[in-house]
Ligand binder design. Sequence first.
Ligand code: ARG
Length: 575
Amino acid sequence: MTDPQIVLTERVQQALAHAFGSEYADADPLIRPSQFADFQANVALSLAKRLRRAPREVAEAIRTELSGFPGTVEVSGPGFLNITLDDSWIESEAARMLDDPRAGVGFATPPQTVVVDYSAPNAAKEMHVGHLRTTIVGDSLARLHEHLGNTVVRQNHLGDWGTPFGMLIEHLLDIGEEAAVAQLEAGMGTEYYQAARSQFDGGEEFKVRSRKRVTMLQSGDPETLRLWHVFMDATITYFNKVYGILGVTLTDADIAGESMYNPLLEKTCRDLEAAGVAVLSEGALCVFPPGFTGSDDKPLPLIIRKSDGGYGYASTDMAAIRYRVEDLKSDRMLYVVGADQALHFRMVFAAAELAGWLPDTVSAEHVQIGMMLGKDGRRFKTRSGESIKLMDLLQEAVDRAAAAIADRGYDDATRAEIAQAVGIGAVKYADLAVSHDSEYVFDYDRMLGFNGNTGPYMQYATARIRSIFRRAGVAPADASDRIVLGHPAERALALHLLGFGGLVEQVTTLSEPHRLCAFLFETASLFSTFYEECPVAKDGVDAETKAHRLALCALTLRVLETGLDLLGVPVPERM
Ligand code: ARG
């Protein structure tokens, strides 16, 4: 492990154990980057009380223990440890990282099975902008876990079942299969739904047919199921188009929609009732997990079977959580879903615990996705008040990217390719760069900006390093493996890059891709400074300096490319 913060943590912990006894071996040394040195450790202040000694004295004792350490350690102020690493250590660790195809990123030990529930659009309506963020954030989390060697099970919990399917199938019969399929494959799901809805609201005959159709669907009538498949296949074809454009890793094999759990719901309810976890309340079967009360102070029910005998969203999630623990054998489950469903998931997790379906060894986490807002600060909509089609939104980003690079002299095909990567990359990066639970304003101008913490800026930084290699006539893979730090800007960049492995682990543990964006942004900024102050391949730079500066460029490029790949942000070769 090359990450200085992790190396230092271990070294200081050894020092603590030596100086004060093994019971201090796992105290947190509280190591943070510092403006006075490379790092500062504040552990002496936090331990002084427990040790009944003055903080400065504690700090001195730690300093003495760190004598063989490749750097200088100073005690300052009330008892801070200021730690500055030797250049030679940074150089050799950076060279080691350059040699490592994983750029210092380790493997999870032991590897876990991680279920990532994400995207999950509803088939009865068009996939909309709200599903964009869960798709993008969830995909990044899946990539991160996979990269660390965990077994990832993607679960696309499609809304593909329930009462609306009665009217959707009847509408399909009315307009004809072929027309319906064409409409759905083209992404006109919302229009299709609205047409079915107005039929339903407008006529008794259609309403009666629709209700009958729901019953037939639920009882497994073969022809009804065939029609349902026709509807779903066309819908999924469209979802896959969107996934393809976004470059997300979801495939048909990851589809585990609500319909999949339908055969399990009766048993789910029966088992919960038999265990005394669910009780009948006003005809509905409910779980009342302790600690949940409504505005009237009455216990809040999680309804798992409605009083009319029907099942709902919560029934399905109870069956799903059991399946994910018992059949998929997950160690960790991430539900990447809108923040507005926080109460639902807290209740589902609590109910599953009551039922003994969620043992302590398995964690269930709701990765809350904040709402996307329009510039007016309200839920993102078109001017006529409808939700915006994902395809249109993505196309507009690509069109704007094409306009932004129109004057760069590319031929049409190259320009289209770059515009695709820049437009899609901008949308994805914007979704990832703010913490997943915060709301944010969807703003093309900002996300497509070539400055600041944006996708295009990160892509540009990467393309720029590639062009440095092209001009130098060297391939990044053939760069020297020696890194020499002559200039402060080189040192700052190299020291920062060493933190990559530890950061990727932290981002994965916390489910916070925005921290990876921040790290990459800092990388690009430090690279800019380095490149301004340290000419690489200009006239007058001697061969040796050129070689080790190119090595630093190669390491930066590897970190940026690995990081952007973990985010799922495409990187055009040139820009
Ligand atoms: N289809 C749901 C929606 O659009 C999201 C499903 C999330 N996953 C789950 N297991 N409930 O709101």
